[in-house]
Design a binder for this molecule. Structure first.
Ligand code: FES
Length: 108
């Protein structure tokens, strides 16, 4: 069964910004990059620093702690598959966004 988290309208990030969301004992960072939405765990797979406040370039987020960069779409370290941050599909139905929590690693 799908476990979808409806994102409250007030929490939906405007274009080219991000928000931190907490639910189901997780902290997730939700990014809006040119009206494409990406959701990842707010925990760098290197040493656990927050990724939400990192430097965003296109759909690449750079961790503030040691500078590793991750592709928001795949979750992988840029140009590598050595490290991956958990990422979650974001679905849209009209104006409502949902983060699909149990579809991690679905390869979408
Ligand atoms: S904790 Fe993110 S690069 Fe080290």
């Amino acid at each position: 069964m799908s476990n979808r988290y409806p994102v409250p309208a007030a929490k939906v990030p405007p274009r080219n910004s991000r928000v931190l969301l907490s639910f189901a004992d997780k902290s997730l960072a939700l990014f809006n990059v040119a009206d494409q939405f990406y959701a990842i765990d707010d925990s760098c797979p290197h040493q656990g620093a927050s990724l939400c406040g990192g430097r965003l370039e296109g759909r690449v987020i750079q961790c503030c702690a040691h500078g590793l960069r991750f592709d928001l779409a795949s979750g992988y370290l840029l140009n590598s598959t050595a490290l991956k941050v958990a990422n979650y599909p974001v679905e849209r139905e009209g104006e409502q966004l949902y983060i699909v929590l149990d579809a991690e690693e679905s390869g979408q």
